[in-house]
Design a protein around this ligand. Structure first.
Ligand code: FAD
Ligand code: SF4
Length: 484
């Protein structure tokens, strides 16, 4: 994290920006709207829905920021980005400084600017809420700075003097990439081992192109390669490459960032019928294996009337992907109400614009198949909200006798994931948590001295920014230990 949070606040240019318009005038500027593709056009293609701000929109939005002396927005950011610092540098026209500030705390700002749930993090803490106004669009501005820096070839990374110490990373999602970048910057020789044939973890196989284009991730991967990080695909740590193999090859530390890619199912009758699959399988087939693109052999699970079960980002991505794959009817079944949905607000809005039906307070209880063993309908229990549970959300309770049946020919189950058990089970002496996560200390060190871990393998399913924060945190701790 950046220890010098207010280092640039006293600069004369910044004082001038603060004085340029009165607070009253500033706070009466309406929040910018993100330009986006028309729903009728976008459901027929895979193009990115949000188009990004242009220069003048970004400048006006940046001018809304009050440059608060004690910025509450920063408190809402899981990695503590100095938000007014990057926004004011953007407004000042210094993109190099703005990207530098972002990169001090976030390895992949172009990714975070697109997929972070800002409405629950930094933007939820913006002082504008106290004035009953819409918060500064911090996420849009983060994306703008990252995209602008990329377009102009501005690089925040610097060449590091090598120290000759080798470290390995298992997995290549945001936790792994952030760790690799930080260790490389500190002079370590970093090698990343990924089980799949593509680098990027959920950023590649899970989050669809229409929300996060692969070119954005590839650009960051390219930068890491240029900084000396070596990537190996098709390598399963704990299986095709054991921890003992890594030690034999001279690696002094291992960072486990193998994520939570094991899908959960509901265990209800009929769930084994053909035409019912997990979101992970569905999205991986399409995003990573090119199903339905004509250029690849991977069969695409086809559905005209599709049920998606769940209310998170994964459910929204699956539903919106099904729509783009040609489904005429896509229904999201969620057992609580829309207010409790964990998905990003923007994703819910975009899904609705794309014609996805939201059938909330509904919980599937059984799938019915035809004589060929293919799913044909789903029986759904109507629910109502009861008392709050331990998460503080009101628990769904069945409404007795209220069962509806919906005709479907494809069901995509998106009710959560668990940590991949392969590494936890293959390295003797690793302490495991209750849900199969890896237990770590405050420095993200596991029960084995040379192994650190972070991201979803430690947290269960979480977010990109938290995974990145872990990668950076673990790198700082491991580097300190290896250099002591
Ligand atoms: P992952 O990204 O899961 O990467 C783990 C990698 O490790 C994978 O590539 C896997 O193949 C590899 N691996 C596993 N086992 C091994 C092994 N034995 N050897 C080598 N490699 C191995 N978060 C947000 O903040 N915003 C969003 O909008 C959002 N949308 C999402 C949409 C979907 C569809 C999904 C599935 C998740 C979404 N998330 C979102 C959650 C977020 O993507 C994850 O929290 C984050 O990717 C976790 O990062 P990670 O590095 O821990 O693991
Ligand atoms: Fe700017 Fe809002 Fe942060 Fe204040 S709280 S510095 S107005 S983004």
């Amino acid at each position: 994290m950046n220890d010098n949070k207010n280092i640039r606040r006293d600069a004369p240019w910044r004082e001038e920006l603060r004085r340029a318009i009165s607070a009253k005038e500033r706070t009466s500027i309406p929040r910018v709207k993100m330009p986006q593709l028309d729903p009728a056009y976008r459901i027929a293609c895979n193009e990115e829905v949000n188009c990004g701000l242009d220069d003048s929109q970004a400048a006006v939005e940046a001018s809304r920021c009050l440059d608060c002396p004690a910025p509450t927005c920063t408190e809402g950011c899981p990695v503590g980005i100095n938000i007014p610092d990057f926004i004011k540098n953007l407004q000042h026209g210094d993109i190099a400084a703005a990207i530098g500030i972002l990169k001090q705390d976030s390895a992949l700002p172009a990714v975070c600017g697109r997929v972070c749930p800002q409405e629950r993090q930094c933007e939820s803490r913006c002082i504008y809420h106290k004035m009953k106004k819409e918060p500064v669009a911090i996420g849009y501005l983060e994306r703008y700075v990252a995209d602008k820096a990329r377009a102009e070839g501005i690089e925040a990374n610097t060449e590091a003097k090598k120290n000759g110490i080798k470290v390995a990373v298992a997995g290549s999602g945001p936790a792994a990439l952030s760790f690799a970048g930080e260790m490389s910057r500190r002079g370590f020789d970093v090698e990343v081992f990924e089980a799949l044939h593509e680098i990027g973890g959920v950023l590649k196989y899970g989050i669809p192109e229409f929300r996060l284009p692969n070119s954005i991730v590839d650009y960051e991967l390219d930068n890491l390669s240029k900084s000396g990080v070596k990537f190996h695909t098709n390598t399963i740590v704990g299986k095709t490459l054991t921890f003992a193999n890594l030690v034999e090859r001279g690696f002094k530390g291992l960072f486990v960032a193998s994520g939570a890619g094991l899908p959960r199912f509901m265990g209800i009758p009929g769930e084994n019928l053909c035409g019912i699959l997990s979101s992970n399988e569905y999205l991986t087939r399409i995003n990573l294996m090119g199903a339905g693109r004509g250029t690849n052999d991977t069969p695409a699970p086809e559905g005209h009337s599709v049920a998606v079960i769940g209310g998170g980002n994964t459910a929204m991505d699956s539903a919106r992907t099904a729509r783009r794959m040609g489904a005429e009817k896509v229904m999201i079944f969620y057992r609580r109400s829309e207010a409790e949905m964990p998905a990003r607000k923007e994703e819910i809005e975009h899904a609705k614009e794309e014609g996805i039906e939201f059938i909330t307070l509904s919980n599937p209880v059984e799938y019915i198949g035809d004589e060929h063993g293919h799913v044909r309908s789903v029986r759904v229990q109507r629910m109502k909200l009861g008392e709050p549970d331990e998460s503080g959300r009101r628990s769904p309770v069945p409404v007795e006798g209220a069962i509806d049946t919906f005709d479907i020919d494809l069901a995509i189950v998106s009710v959560g994931v668990s940590p991949n058990p392969l590494i936890p089970n293959s390295i003797e002496g690793l302490e495991l948590g209750r849900r199969g996560t890896l237990v770590v200390d405050d420095n993200l060190k596991t029960s084995i001295d040379t192994i650190y871990a972070g991201g979803d393998i430690v947290r269960g399913g979480a977010t990109v920014i938290l995974a990145m924060g872990d990668g950076r945190h673990a790198a700082c701790a491991m580097a300190k230990k290896l250099l002591s």
